[in-house]
Design a protein around this ligand. Sequence first.
Ligand code: SF4
Length: 321
Amino acid sequence: MPLTEPIVQLQHLQKHYVRKGMWRRDEVLRAVDGVSLFIKKGETLGLVGESGSGKSTTGQLAAGLIPTSTGTILFKGKDVTKVSGTEAKAMHKQIQYVFQDPYASLNPRHRIAELLEEPLRIHRIGNKADRKRMVMEMLERIGLNESYERMYTHELSGGQRQRIGIARSLMLNPEFLILDEPVSALDVSVQSQLLNVLKELQRHYSLTYLFISHDLNVVHYMSDRVAVMYLGKIVEIAEVSEVYEKPLHPYTQALVSAIPSENRHSRREKIILKGDIGSPLALSGGCAFQSRCMYVEDRCKREVPELKEARRGHSVSCHLV
Ligand code: SF4
């Protein structure tokens, strides 16, 4: 159950890439363009959007995996981008990132026990016997018995590998986990098992999650609140029931209307969006969604809509709301 205290705050976060375009002119790719949000302790904030919306980049910024262009990342009130030395090391232990494909981050030449022990060794935690005990406890916690400790990652199924990826991220006893599409590469039946493992781990370790996914059903199951991203910006953020039952932004309305009807939380007709998400390079003035919005009007082409509270705890960036 989330408490009221925010543990993570992203403030006006930007990640821009400059590259040479036509006629060798500088082009600015606004991967993340002014994201502000908070996550309360013990809460799961779902981050949804199409591929190219900037949700993974936002997660990587929050984890400190890539530097920000501008903006502030506060973890328990301290700016992650400004700490250094032992303080930075201690803070980064508290924030862990789980990748969609754990295969890439798990050394295939190491046995599972070595993979889980490695973060403890690097941070000089415990002696050999302590570390062995911690590894065995973690294997049990993620639902794998002790026979797995001697296996290699290629001997595991996709779901088991993802359990090991999650277990490894938990070895340093973090408080905040960024889960980037953690179940999207798995079969539906394996997905639900892993989502339940994540919920159980959250309860047991009092974890806070930023849960990134393009799958609205999965996000609905996992999240307390949901933020919807479009071309580098948050366009709507609210409690999960508000977003799924009373979406206010035309983009969110289209996403929710596309959920298969037996699971749909809204009685709206399916809204077919024109075209695809487009490029953050091609952004002109005004609303980033204007080329696909059925309600577009002149003002939308001139003025960027601000993210404003429309109902209590429910913020939207659209001129018509
Ligand atoms: Fe559509 Fe205009 Fe709202 Fe953007 S600001 S979502 S273009 S109505």
